[in-house]
Design a protein around this ligand. Structure first.
Ligand code: B4P
Length: 190
């Protein structure tokens, strides 16, 4: 199986690039952000809980996020592999994902990280706010909180995968097509 963690700060382009990669490699795309937004739209209990964190730019608690992700994997028994987009975002999530995949006799092939400077992230998210309808994009102080939470809690997850020699950084600045080409170059060489 080809199991990729697509990593990067908020607005790095994880969702944008996943759309191309799932087609090319015939993978199942699992975005925890999308799963939460689906639950919010359908007014589920999980959605209500997630919304209370997401609207402030905070992470949804690990316990909820991990079980939601595992359920989503279990719903795709025929998958040739997965793109995990926006997961893991904490050390605890990374450990839980490894244990879960090991139980299925598979594992993470690589973490591929989109590297984008903070100024560029702020510009992209402010631009997306014009059309996304996402409350967490609409307010610069919430965008800043998401970036701060990323730096404090999520960026260290890189060390976890570096420790397993699975981390690959990619320059995430350029046209969407240029960045896709860089990702394909890395993934084809795995
Ligand atoms: P996500 O849905 O993962 O949102 P994101 O990080 O903002 O998005 P992404 O990086 O995918 O950006 P996109 O491609 O759209 O998370 C939302 C929230 O959910 C989190 O804040 C958290 O509260 C919660 N959550 C999710 N997962 C969690 C977890 N594991 N644990 C706990 N909580 C969790 O790109 C952004 C914009 O840039 C787009 O408008 C795009 O058009 C543009 N863009 C992309 N590439 C570009 C390029 N090359 N040049 C110019 N613009 C570009």
């Amino acid at each position: 199986m080809l199991n990729l963690v697509l990593f990067g700060p908020p607005g790095a382009g994880k969702g944008t690039q996943s759309a191309f990669l799932v087609d090319r490699y015939e993978l199942v795309h699992l975005s925890t952000g999308d799963l939460f937004r689906f639950n919010i739209k359908n007014e589920t209990e999980l959605g209500q809980l997630a919304k209370s964190y997401m609207d402030k730019g905070q992470l949804v608690p690990d316990s909820v996020t991990i079980s939601m992700l595992e359920d989503a994997v279990n719903k795709n028994p025929q998958a040739k592999g997965f793109i995990f987009d926006g997961f893991p975002r904490t050390h605890g999530q990374a450990q839980a994902l490894d244990a879960f995949l090991e139980g299925r006799s598979t594992g993470i092939t690589s973490m591929v990280a989109l590297e984008v400077p903070e100024d560029e992230l702020r510009v992209r998210l402010a631009e997306r706010a014009k059309t996304s309808g996402r409350p967490d994009d609409a307010d610069p102080s919430i965008i800043q909180n998401r970036i701060d939470v990323y730096n404090a809690e999520t960026a260290p997850v890189k060390d976890y995968y570096e420790g397993q020699a699975k981390y690959q950084g990619v320059d995430g600045v350029g046209s969407i097509e240029e960045i896709t080409d860089r990702l394909v170059g890395i993934i084809d060489a795995l």
